[in-house]
Design a protein around this ligand. Structure first.
Ligand code: UDX
Length: 419
């Protein structure tokens, strides 16, 4: 560990789990480089200070109540957080930069905020504090998002939510249906962008970004692999029993199924996934978050065909220590929603992916995994019995799966070099 350098960084993570993880990981890296770290966080999904004893924590009152916090409308909640956090954040920052406000603390050298908040750069400007933003979604998606307004002007952009299989000529190999969101943020309004990716993985996309935008880009490396003072950043309780269960399974025999911290599943989707897993004849570890299903009796209502498979070769948990899960030899494939953290974690462990994007940036990520890096299979046809059975076979049984695994392991090697 380097000696303390008497400079304090103020980190302001977005409270969604995938975003919180990236910021806390960045904090660990910067702490190891000698900076003091203060995490300013919302009350909603607050991190646990006891898991990060080296950081100072300050909370801001976001005013999000129980019913607002549990809404399935993720976009609505995002917008609400952006509006409600602006004033309390400014007040907190003003206090921290005032001569008395920091107490004994070192002065704030820089603010690093999640790019999902729209107001932080202007607050920092008003208070004359240097500011960087953290992009938690990697370079390729940001580049696509950067060109979106131009394409829109030319009338080339698709209608969001389109299921069109047409290729997007400007962004091959993306298909029109891969664009699940239009990212409204403007990275050029900050003085620099820290980006949760690594050069060896996204060298090409980083080069395009550097050419396109007049701000410096700093890739973090696969920050979850950085082990100094490593600890869990999860706000949900991890069920560790799945690790000993995994260790009893044969190598590469288990499909790990998880769709991140936000996506909800309908009754029909739960049923389809259950039957797909039953028919796959493979062992499986399935994460079903408490808030991702609405019916508390969903499990009992599943057909006996699935319940027998579960009894014999399956395991369902509410939340796992995912990075550890992906590193277990038993995991043969990761059925994922293609969130960026999950994608990076999978790449870092050489686990081939079955990609089923749900919303936001996930469509672009899934297409890159399947068609550009070729370290996974895209469930193009969505949740359809034959489609899934075919994809699982391709990954776990056929020769193609071995080639995918070889490429995934080569990528893992690059990731570990870049840590
Ligand atoms: C969201 C978006 O979906 C994603 O596309 C965007 O890039 C970041 O914000 P989320 O949906 O939660 O995030 O997905 P992801 O980015 O994959 O993050 C999920 C995190 O939760 C991962 O770090 C993963 O390790 C963790 N996790 C997931 C667990 O620790 N345990 C689990 O059981 C499941």
């Amino acid at each position: 560990m380097n000696p303390r350098n008497n400079l304090r960084l103020m980190l302001f993570p977005h409270p969604f789990q995938g975003h919180m993880n990236s910021m806390l990981q960045l904090g660990r890296i910067l702490y190891a480089r000698g900076f003091s770290i203060t995490i300013v966080h919302t009350n909603f999904n607050a991190p646990d200070p006891s898991s990060h004893p080296h950081f100072a924590f300050r909370s801001i009152a976001d005013g999000i109540d129980q019913s607002e916090a549990s809404t399935p409308d993720v976009r609505g909640l995002l917008a609400l957080l952006d509006v409600r956090c602006a004033a309390p954040f400014e007040e907190c920052m003003r206090e921290m930069v005032s001569p008395r406000g920091g107490g004994d603390a070192a002065p704030i050298a820089c603010l690093i905020s999640d790019s999902m908040f729209s107001f932080t750069s202007s607050v920092a400007q008003r208070l004359k504090v240097r500011a960087l933003v953290l992009r938690t979604g990697g370079a390729a998606f940001l580049y696509v998002a950067t060109l979106f307004p131009v394409l829109k002007e030319k009338g080339h952009v698709p209608v969001l939510g389109s299921r069109s299989e047409e290729p997007m000529k400007e962004f091959l190999p993306l298909l029109v249906k891969d664009i699940l969101t239009v990212d409204p943020q403007k990275p050029e309004s900050s003085s620099g962008v820290i980006i949760n990716t690594f050069e060896e993985l996204e060298h090409f996309d980083l080069a395009l970004l550097r050419e396109a935008l007049p701000v410096p880009f700093f890739p973090t490396g696969p920050s979850h692999k950085f082990h100094v003072a490593s600890s869990s950043s999860s706000s949900l309780a991890e069920d560790r029993s799945c690790i000993s269960w995994l260790d009893k399974q044969s190598p590469k025999s288990v499909i790990y199924v998880s769709f991140g911290s936000l996506a909800a599943l309908s009754k029909a989707e739960i049923l389809e996934i259950a039957l797909d897993l039953a028919d796959s004849e493979q062992s499986f570890l399935w994460v079903v978050r408490a808030r991702s299903v609405h019916d508390p009796e969903w499990l009992e209502k599943l057909p006996s065909r699935f319940l027998e498979a579960l009894e014999g070769r399956g395991n369902i948990v509410k939340w796992t220590p995912q990075k550890e899960v992906l590193a277990r030899p038993a995991v043969g494939a990761f059925w994922t929603h293609s969130g960026w953290n999950s994608t990076l974690e999978s790449i870092s462990e050489g686990a081939p992916m079955l990609c089923m994007p749900r919303f936001a940036d996930q469509g672009v990520k899934a297409r890159y995994v399947s068609d550009v890096r070729r370290i996974g299979v895209h469930l193009n046809g969505g949740l359809e019995r034959e489609n899934i059975a075919r994809a699982i076979k391709r990954l776990l049984v056929e020769r193609e799966g071995e080639e995918i695994k070889e490429r995934a392991l080569a990528m893992k090697e690059k990731a570990s070099v870049s840590v």
